[in-house]
Design a protein around this ligand. Structure first.
Ligand code: AMP
Length: 395
């Protein structure tokens, strides 16, 4: 029987988990689920690939630690501890040190804690997941898979800020995020369109968090996210590109504290801040409010600008891929982006786009445009299997 691997992915208001069988060519999903709505009305959802799913409402608010404990209790009841061979964790920040997945020991865990100030919204939850898993399954290897690792090979010009060089040496660099998603998409594209996958590709990961990644030959060359997950595109509640002079102004003239500024930039800005309606693209698309429509227009505008900039970095575009919640399901955002980039050689097939087809460019389009669901969980499982040395393929 194949080894079983659990993956854990703590997001901003949910903890996702999945159980995979470690098969040689690619992990096979058995069960996925999540504790969602942590802050307000938590619920425990389980989707069984071959069987019945379920959804249970949980009482009151839940902390991350409680959500993680609930997940491990469920797994232990459904699958005896002895059956679990490894647990893989999505960890947002690996700093300069981790350019590949790693088996977590006490020293690694201490190093991961040092990155908390670099990703204050996510890293503490990721670490809570690892600690909870070590308690529940003390003899099972825990593998940390980093969102920054895929981007660690960037050239100096795509890695540095123009601060004094000593800041670069200290590690104040453009790390980039969403790496597990981009790595998965790069692999998928090699199967879908192996010829274009070898060229210059831009992937638009457009979800609550949003960024773009420029790939060449399947490797990350540049990304719109930088030192933190605030840079680049506007997001659900994050500001994206901003003039640092404006931040100085807020600190100096508005008497803002760093804490208030952080809340403003991470939680009150982006689509929510601009629209005053919602952080959620579905709600904005349904809204009659002019500001909701202006927020969508701003989002599309910034995506077009950044695609053009990244196309320059990789010396021209051979394919564009949309992924994540908005990228996979918002025909309106995709149409705005693709039709606004006609000059670059993109032509939209409106019917295919309205259907969320996997290929949404017209036959005459010089550059193909794909819609591809991302699967960070499968990528974590794959890394976990390889790093823990479980599959025949990894030996
Ligand atoms: P993610 O973070 O990848 O789960 O993506 C969440 C974002 O995807 C939210 O802004 C959702 O409103 C958006 N989204 C999900 N489904 C749709 C849809 N059918 N149309 C437009 N946006 C959607």
């Amino acid at each position: 029987m194949a080894d079983l691997v659990v993956t854990l992915n703590a997001g901003s208001s949910s903890v996702k988990f999945a159980l995979f069988a470690a098969e040689a060519d690619w992990p096979r999903l058995i069960v996925s689920g999540a504790v969602e709505g942590l802050g307000a009305k938590p619920r425990f959802r389980v989707d069984v690939v071959e069987g019945e799913g379920s959804e249970t409402k949980l009482a009151g608010k839940l902390t991350y630690r409680q959500a993680i404990a609930a997940i491990f209790t469920w797994i232990e009841e459904a699958y005896p501890a002895a059956a679990i061979s490894a647990i893989g964790h999505r960890v947002v920040h690996g700093g300069l040190r981790f350019a590949a997945p790693v088996i977590v020991d006490a020293e690694t865990l201490a190093a991961l804690r040092e990155f908390i100030p670099l990703a204050p919204l996510h890293q503490p939850h990721n670490i809570a997941g690892i600690e909870g898993a070590r308690e529940a399954f003390p003899h099972v290897p825990q593998v940390a898979c980093f969102d920054t690792a895929f981007h660690r090979g960037h050239d100096f010009v795509d890695d540095a800020y123009a601060l004094p060089y000593s800041y670069y040496e200290r590690g104040l660099r453009r790390f980039g995020f969403h790496g597990l998603s981009y790595e998965y998409i790069a692999r998928r594209l090699r199967m879908i369109d192996p010829i274009h996958a070898e060229g210059g590709v831009i992937v638009a990961h457009l979800g609550n968090g949003a960024s773009l990644c420029a790939l060449k030959g399947g490797r990350s060359i540049a990304s719109t996210m930088g030192f933190s997950a605030l840079e680049g595109l506007p997001m659900g509640t994050r500001c994206g590109q901003i003039d640092p002079g404006l931040l100085l102004y807020l600190l100096q003239s508005d008497g803002m504290t760093p804490k208030k500024l952080s809340k403003l930039l991470y939680e009150r800005s982006g689509l929510l801040g601009l629209s005053g309606v919602s952080h959620d693209m579905r709600a904005l698309e349904a809204s009659q409010e002019p500001r909701a429509q202006a927020a969508i227009a701003y989002f599309i505008h910034r995506i077009k600008m950044e695609i053009a900039a990244l196309a320059t970095v990789i010396g021209g575009l051979d394919a564009l891929v949309f992924t994540a919640g908005i990228g996979e399901r918002s025909a309106r955002v995709r149409a705005g982006v693709v039709e606004g980039l006609g000059w670059l050689g993109l032509t939209l097939d409106r019917t295919a786009n309205a259907r969320n087809d996997s290929l949404i460019s017209a036959p005459q389009s010089r550059i193909p445009v794909f819609v591809t669901p991302t699967d960070e969980e499968a990528m974590i499982a794959r890394h976990t299997i390889e790093t823990a040395g479980l599959s025949d393929a990894a030996r």
